[in-house]
Design a protein around this ligand. Structure first.
Ligand code: SF4
Ligand code: SF4
Length: 518
């Protein structure tokens, strides 16, 4: 018989029972971020101007590559399989440069995240930049936070209708401009613009603009913080890149708590309160609609607008800035250890201040040397290594290439005078946007001569071939060797050299002869 007393009983509650189950999708609570001002906001304006300027204006920059190549500075010419970036022209077989740049971007993101946290999310991510831009329009038409909340809850009226119509119309113009700018990277921008507005562009151009217009309008105007919270995988990935020395936006509760809206009254009553006056300014400016005082959160994009908001509050009440600040977990924990009363484990704000009311000298502050640690050295080293490798490869790359296909059927032809002839298809790649003359010759294979189909010239060991700019030149070449010299080896090289320069390339080829003559 089973003794009931032997059954182990666990203290656990079913979290997914019908009684406690939360709806899978809860309705979105609208966020109405208040306009912030301060040094981080200024910096974000600057980043926004620079990134948007680069995105919209780059396709219109010109770069003179001569008469045989497009003059658009940055162009992804898919039809001709070329990528132009100012003075650099990338061919399809050189796409590893682009892959290398993507690798550098990835490592760079690791480096930035491990040092200054989610700076990418807070400052340069397109979602952040475009939401900022859309918010500028929204504020300009509907007013700041309180006016927008009021308008949102107001019944429909003429004023509300025109404001909403104007806002969405401008958002759509921005969205169309965003989609439009994208397609200009793939064709000559002025020409494509002309074709686009007159209905002569390719259908793919209209489809691309339509898709990007829709996504920009929906993500930047309608969904905003939901894209970061629910759609973007990056917040989940970067948690693995942060360590105790990475900077993140932090509410320093070791000096802020216990918060009080009536600090003077509390002081009069002999109560010790922290610096937070519970004004909620940090919550009001947050574009993600979160309260940084709840601690580190996945939703926080570290835009630092709450720092600006809180700093201006601290200025007003005569306290040191930095109640919310960029801080490392290591500094935070060290300061928390100072602030907490060992007996009660509660924060005692008196412990972080000296007799003059100033922050205690033991309080840790961020120091630049925290950026230099093994992890960041590894990231910076890997980033530099890839960068230097790419640079060396770019500076030393050939602009001339030879490739040879040997005839397989027949492998050789015995001519009437007993000499042996082999056929080859020689491909000469002129990777420069100007016409060039190449000297094609053979090295090795004593006594051998060659002829090129279509070039009226006596058999020789060296022939001049003209190549068009930026094109592959394919020629049929016959190599003939007298019978008496066949035993002297079958390996030889095709050599191609630029007649006007020092560039040359070789291809190790084989000369097939009948079995009996070897
Ligand atoms: S909590 Fe602060 S840093 Fe984080 S998203 Fe909100 S305003 Fe930006
Ligand atoms: S802005 Fe500063 S003082 Fe105001 S609630 Fe936020 S943390 Fe507290």
């Amino acid at each position: 018989m089973l003794d009931e007393r032997q059954v182990e009983r666990l203290e656990v509650t079913a979290v997914n029972s019908a009684k406690t189950r939360q709806p899978l999708y809860t309705a979105r609570q609208k966020v109405f971020p208040k306009r912030a001002s301060g040094r981080f906001r200024q910096f974000k304006w600057l980043v926004m101007l620079v990134t948007l300027g680069i995105y919209y204006l780059t396709p219109w920059l010109r770069w003179d590559r001569g008469p045989y190549a497009p003059d658009q500075a940055v162009l992804l010419d898919i039809a001709n399989r070329r990528f132009y970036f100012f003075a650099i022209e990338i061919w399809p077989q050189e796409f590893f440069y682009v892959a290398g740049l993507l690798v550098m971007a990835g490592i760079g993101l690791f480096l930035v995240t491990s040092t200054v946290g989610r700076a990418w999310c807070g400052y340069t991510c397109p979602q952040t930049v475009w939401v900022d831009l859309f918010l500028v329009v929204e504020r300009g038409i509907e007013g700041d936070r309180n006016a927008r909340i009021k308008l949102d809850s107001a019944p429909w009226s003429f004023a509300k209708l025109w404001k909403r119509t104007a806002k969405h119309a401008i958002w759509l113009v921005i969205a169309v401009a965003t989609g439009g700018a994208w397609i200009f990277y793939f064709a000559d921008a002025p020409t494509l613009l002309g074709h686009f507005v007159t209905g002569q562009a390719e259908p793919v151009a209209y489809i691309t603009v339509a898709i990007l217009t829709t996504t920009t309008y929906a993500f930047g105007g309608l969904m905003r913080e939901q894209v970061c919270t629910y759609m973007c995988p990056w917040p989940r990935i970067q948690a693995a890149m942060l360590d105790e020395n990475s900077l993140t936006v932090t509410y320093n509760d070791w000096r802020g708590e216990p918060r009080s809206r009536h600090a003077k009254k509390a002081a009069a009553e002999g109560l010790s309160v922290g610096d937070c006056v519970d004004c909620n300014a940090c919550v009001a400016v947050c574009p993600m609609g979160i309260d940084i005082r709840d601690g580190q959160q996945l939703e926080c994009i570290t835009c630092a607008l709450c720092i600006d908001a809180c700093d201006s509050v601290m200025d007003k009440i005569g306290k040191e800035r930095g109640l919310i600040s960029y801080a490392t977990l290591a500094d935070y924990q060290a300061n928390m250890a100072i602030a907490t009363d060992p007996a009660t484990r509660a924060i005692d704000p008196g412990r972080v201040r000296d007799a003059d009311g100033k922050l205690d000298k033991r309080i840790s502050h961020f120091h630049i040397r925290r950026l230099f640690r093994p992890r960041t050295f590894v990231y910076a080293g890997a980033w530099s290594l890839v960068g230097v490798g790419l640079l060396i490869a770019l500076l030393s790359r050939d602009r001339l290439d030879i490739n040879v296909l040997q005839d397989r059927n027949p492998q050789y032809v015995v001519l009437s005078d007993g000499s042996i002839r082999n056929g080859y298809t020689v491909k000469l790649l002129n990777m420069v946007p100007e016409p060039r003359s190449f000297e094609l010759s053979i090295e090795g294979l004593p006594g051998a001569v060659m002829s090129v189909v279509g070039i009226d010239q006596l058999e020789t060991r060296s022939i001049t071939i003209d190549a068009e700019p930026d094109k592959l030149k394919t020629v049929r070449v016959y190599v003939r060797q007298p019978r008496e010299q066949l035993s002297q080896g079958q390996g030889f090289s095709f050599v191609v050299a630029d007649k006007a320069g020092a560039e040359r390339d070789t291809y190790a080829a084989k000369f097939n002869v009948p079995e009996a003559t070897r």
